[in-house]
Design a protein around this ligand. Structure first.
Ligand code: BGC
Length: 759
């Protein structure tokens, strides 16, 4: 990659990082155009390009912003974010293009995380579909809608690996596995950027948060991260790299420190690794106000922090205004060079050029598209179908689900009729009044075949203040706890079956939503216990943005369907699954613990020298707990179906993997149940001995197959030495010959194992 960079640089005569890794004639045209433009820019105008303020009412942080128009005219900003609506954006783009000296168009960013006006399930849920095409489609539709409303840059995908459910932002990523996370990362980038941002519905993706944000200590948001390079390379970095390899045009650095230095100013991370080792040639933006926050980290006040961020490789300063307001003075003091400013400015201009904004600044300002492309029936039906794919059936005793559409069904719980609460975090761009609640979706599906009774049943928490913190910007109406429970029990007593819609409300996961307890909130748990006590069959429809501790529920509730936050079409999607129109097929991409004390908990862990011989009995001097087993409640990859998939014996083509050859493992899967459905067959590998300790198992392949009732399919996986590779203690990506286990199964726990020797 470096060699290619050098060659293209030699051709165009610009600095090393001025060129995109691909080189070629188009790049030379771009380089000439930008060089010519930059020759005419003042220093202040160049610094303006590095400045990214929040344009709307501020949602996070403490920075005020009232003079956007003026700054645009003076070319003091390179773009903005947090403004919704094509008209407003059009006016701002006009200011830049018609009323500024050099008429440089603006980047218009937004957190389009899981849809724009049509909202899809939260990313953690999306990953549980194991359906990369569905994720790509959701990103494509998000880009179509966002671009129709003036947005040309999304701050997505979020690819942070997370193994600690206390962290609220686990909801925003693809779970705990680097292999699956990498495939998802690529799917997002393809969906957003489409054909390299040529079309007016293709937008710039931004991979975030670089890097390791998901490993914040004790799951507390923004907290310290401290990790060995070995762990970074083997367990955390792959999804960021996959997104970069897929051509993501921008990267956002993270709030946390890496090796003691805030990522925002970490030269090893941003330049040595991202740019030099991985060949990233795109735009690098900070996270919200994170240059200014380096002062609280105890690293540097704004002026010095701005110098360090620039020198580390940052191009754009989100919200801090440190680059705009301090770098000129630092340049005079010779603490930075003009070349450093030019390099950053060039990268911002390149991003605009690649989006086609210089040839058509109004490419994303087509008011007609805004009328036609938002929240369309086609997008909504895709969101409904994809949402149904993400639900995970955790338990289904006596095949209680699917429910028959008959008799009286009591829908009870604070999530049942909470219109604001269907979509989860990062859904400010949706209009809740347009979508159905769960109650409305289920009533519509039942028609006149079944009577759907309803009671709210409980508040979110007993305590008003805790509820206020939990519900944030989407408060729910509160009523007297006792009255709510009495009413629920009256309604339940008239029903044949109870469906309890409980869990977290939307603002309990996402940014700044860490928890120390992971149970269903107190008052809702008491409601559930009271409902179970009626002796009627109970289905728990679980709303959550993270794994919860569900020991009591698992032991006492008949069926549990985890519906996460399914987006604007949740009401209909849940009804589709509840009544069996769709067979659930989601599989967990994040481990559900038995206790918060087990965290961080993840399937691909290393062994200890003292493995736990029996997971259910305490063994002194083994690596276990006095008071809890090591096992999760629900393992990675787990998820039930209405139908029964039966796995035949695992076959392996040879017990030796030749040096440059391959071997095949296969298994026959049969749908022996009464429903058609999807099954995700998973393949894991274990390297028995290696220079550095290797995980007990690692996902290396999977196949999502559709089987009609009674149908069988042979599923084959080909293994080559590339699948055996890992980073050794020298951080070289190698495989070591020797003994391996290959495991195949419906989840990471219930696998069949065969061994082979790699030559
Ligand atoms: C979040 C980012 C987000 C940014 C802009 C920050 O607080 O960490 O994920 O993209 O705000 O809204």
């Amino acid at each position: 990659m470096k060699i290619r960079n050098l060659i293209s640089c030699a051709l165009c005569g610009l600095t090393l990082f001025a060129c995109s890794p691909s080189g070629g004639g188009k790049d030379r045209e771009m380089d000439r155009f930008i060089t010519d433009l930059m020759d005419r820019m003042t220093l202040r105008e160049k610094l303006g390009q590095l400045n990214l303020p929040s344009g709307g009412d501020l949602v996070t942080g403490s920075v005020m912003n009232g003079e956007l128009s003026d700054m645009i005219r003076k070319q003091e900003i390179g773009g903005f974010f947090n403004v919704k609506g094509i008209q407003k954006i059009n006016v701002l783009q006009h200011l830049a293009v018609e009323e500024s000296r050099l008429k440089i168009p603006l980047l218009v960013g937004a957190d389009v995380i899981h849809g724009y006006e049509t909202i899809f399930p939260i990313p953690l849920a999306l990953s549980c579909s194991w359906d990369t095409l569905a994720v790509e489609r959701m990103a494509r539709i998000s880009a179509i809608e966002a671009s129709a409303d003036g947005i040309n840059w999304t701050f997505s995908p979020m690819v942070d690996i997370c193994r600690d459910a206390r962290w609220g932002r686990i909801a925003e990523g693809s779970g705990e596995d680097p292999y699956l996370g990498s495939l998802m990362a690529k799917a997002y980038v393809r969906g957003y950027q489409g054909n390299n941002m040529q079309g007016n519905d293709e937008i710039l993706a931004c991979v975030k948060h670089f890097a390791l944000y998901g490993a914040s200590e004790s799951g507390r948001d923004y907290n310290t991260v401290d990790m060995s390079r070995l762990r970074m390379y083997n367990e955390y970095l792959a999804p960021y790299k996959a997104a970069v390899d897929a051509g993501a045009g921008s990267v956002m650095s993270s709030f946390n420190i890496v090796d003691g230095i805030p990522a925002t100013a970490n030269k090893w991370l941003l330049t040595d690794l991202l740019r030099n080792e991985w060949g990233f040639g795109g735009l690098l933006v900070t996270d919200y106000n994170s240059i200014a926050e380096m002062s609280s980290h105890g690293v540097a006040p704004l002026k010095e922090a701005s110098i360090r961020a620039l020198q580390a490789g940052t191009d754009m300063d989100m919200v801090s205004c440190g680059f705009l307001n301090t770098l000129e003075e630092s340049l005079k003091e010779k603490k930075i060079t003009e070349k450093q400013i030019n390099t950053a400015c060039r990268r911002v201009l390149e991003a605009k050029y690649k989006l086609g904004l210089f040839s058509n600044p109004y490419k994303y300002c087509d008011a007609l598209r805004a009328k036609e492309k938002l929240y369309t029936p086609e997008h909504r039906s895709a969101a409904r179908a994809i949402a149904a794919e993400t639900f995970v059936l955790l338990k289904n005793d006596n095949k209680l689900l699917p429910l028959e559409q008959k008799g009286r069904i009591a829908l009870i719980g604070p999530m049942a009729d909470a219109r604001n609460n269907m979509c989860g975090m990062w859904s400010m761009t949706c209009t809740p009044s347009r979508h159905r609640t769960l109650l409305e979706g289920i009533r519509a599906a039942a028609g006149d075949k079944a009577e759907i009774l309803y009671a709210k049943g409980s508040n979110i928490y007993y305590d008003t203040e805790t509820e206020k913190a939990a519900t944030g910007i989407r408060p729910l109406e509160r009523r007297d706890n006792r009255q709510l429970l009495d009413e629920a029990l009256r309604v339940a007593s008239r029903s044949d079956v109870i469906v309890a819609a409980l869990g977290e409300c939307a603002e309990m996961s996402g940014e700044s939503a860490s928890r120390t307890g992971l149970e269903i909130p107190d008052t809702q748990q008491d409601l559930l216990k009271a409902l179970v006590k009626t002796g009627k069959p109970v289905v728990l429809l679980l709303f959550t943005g993270r794994p919860l501790v569900l020991n009591w529920e698992d032991a006492n509730v008949h069926s549990i369907l985890n519906v996460w936050f399914g987006g604007s079409e949740t009401g209909d999607a849940v009804a589709d699954v509840l009544f069996g129109k769709v067979t659930p097929s989601g599989k967990l991409t994040t481990t559900f613990p038995r206790s918060v004390g087990q965290l961080p908990l993840f399937y691909n862990h290393l062994n200890t020298g003292r493995p736990d011989p029996d997971n259910h009995v305490f063994n002194r001097y083994a690596g276990n707990y006095l008071d809890e087993s090591n096992e999760p409640l629900y393992p990675f990859g787990y998820g039930l179906s209405y139908t029964d998939f039966v796995y035949g014996g695992l076959q392996i083509s040879s017990e030796t993997l030749p040096k440059n050859g391959e071997l095949t493992v296969s298994v026959t899967v049969t749908n022996k149940g009464n429903y058609d459905g999807y099954e995700t067959v998973q393949l894991y590998l274990r390297d028995i001995y290696a220079e550095v300790a290797r995980p007990m198992k690692e996902l290396k392949g999977f196949e999502r197959i559709f089987l009609k009732s009674g149908e069988s399919r042979d599923v084959k996986f080909v293994i080559t030495k590339d699948d055996l590779k890992f980073y050794n203690s020298e951080l070289h990506y190698v495989y070591e010959p020797g003994e391996f286990d290959v495991m195949v199964g419906p989840n990471s726990r219930d696998v069949q194992t065969k061994s082979f020797q790699a030559e």
